[in-house]
Ligand binder design. Structure first.
Ligand code: UT7
Length: 310
């Protein structure tokens, strides 16, 4: 059966760096607390979702060595579209000179994984090449006087180009879930700011990360011990540590860069993925478990056999 392979990747981060020390001048917090409790030292803010997404998408197409005219579909995972209407994907489609369908997908911080899974299905439906982007400007919906949230969220984008394969492709198994009964633990109303019950999100996140990861592994017919790298949603280093422990995978297999990016929602997994590639950690044939969770509460995981030598 047809599948997909990841052939190119790109990222974009705003220039403006906000350090923990800078936040400590605005709200009652300090670098030590933020670093110890979250693992975040600094984050980037600024730009638009379309601008960041287009920059990441352009880089992914360049690295894949493909022409914009060859893209069949653009999927933009975002929880912070620049406008309510039209979809920010359409703005990016125009900016990149793509001649294809484009739509936004909102599954909060699980969005990129939902996008990858959707692309897997579109390949089986006959498409040849898809650009998947996760892009966010969470700074726009963050209350910068609320120490509960402003220490966590940030802006950025990551993207991949995926090509159709005639064999099963890179995605060996996946899992998607949502539990809307938990919508009040993390939400943002129209015109409002992100509201969060941090402890509850933390508690549930660890459980759903394990469940999603195990389901994807089961579908792939693999054991946790087979996995070479885990690319988790970059929300809190303690959530990553606890999830890795529950999955029975050593922490040194987790790829994380949240210390310098903060939580960029849909952009966080592709940003960490490209970081792992740039650091030379991911190689051809490696088995990678990507697993995310987010508002909703959603979760999503995929086991990917990396088929291209980065
Ligand atoms: O993509 C999903 C997005 N959201 C998440 O992933 C959030 C998940 N949750 C978390 O990451 C953590 O729950 C937080 C980082 C939000 C909070 O960490 P925590 O270890 O759960 O802290 P807490 O809420 O239990 O608060 C512990 C203490 C409290 O003081 P007392 O009552 O012990 O005196 C808080 O008032 O830390 C205090 N506190 C802070 N102190 C300094 C809470 N926020 C801060 C702060 N700076 N920013």
């Amino acid at each position: 059966m047809a599948g997909l392979k990841i052939t190119g990747w790109g990222t974009a981060l705003p220039e403006r760096v906000v350090t923990n020390e800078e936040l400590a001048k605005q709200v009652d917090t300090n670098d030590e607390w933020i670093s110890d409790r979250t693992g975040i030292s600094e984050r980037r803010i600024g730009g638009t979702t379309a601008g960041l997404g287009a920059d990441a998408g352009r880089m992914a197409m360049e690295r894949a060595g493909v022409d914009p005219s060859s893209i069949d579909l653009l999927i933009l995972a975002t929880t912070t579209p620049d406008r309510r209407v039209p979809a920010t994907a359409s703005t990016i489609q125009h900016q990149l000179g793509l001649d294809c369908g484009a739509f936004d997908l909102n599954a909060a911080c699980s969005g990129f994984m939902y996008g990858l899974t959707a692309a897997h299905g579109f390949m089986r439906a006959g498409m040849e090449r898809i650009l998947i982007i996760g892009a966010e400007t969470l700074s726009v919906i963050t209350d910068w006087t609320d120490r509960n949230t402003c220490i966590l969220f940030a802006d950025g984008a990551g993207a991949v180009v995926v090509d159709r394969t005639e064999d099963d492709g890179d995605v060996l198994g996946f899992s998607l879930s949502s539990d809307g009964s938990l919508e009040d633990v993390l939400y943002c109303d129209h015109g409002g700011f992100l509201e969060m019950n941090g402890r509850e999100v933390f508690r549930k996140a660890v459980l759903v990360m394990e469940k999603a990861g195990r389901e994807a592994l089961k579908q792939a017919g693999l054991e946790a011990s087979d996995i070479d790298h885990v690319i988790p949603h970059q929300a809190n280093i303690r959530i990553i540590e606890a999830s890795m422990k529950r999955l029975g995978i050593p922490m040194d297999k987790a790829i994380h860069n949240l210390h310098c990016t903060g939580n960029t929602s849909s952009a966080s997994i592709p940003l960490a993925m490209v970081n792992g590639i740039d650091e030379g950690r991911i190689h051809e044939r490696d088995l990678v478990l990507m697993v995310g969770f987010g508002a909703g509460m959603t979760s999503a995981a995929a086991v990917v056999r990396w088929s291209v030598e980065p």
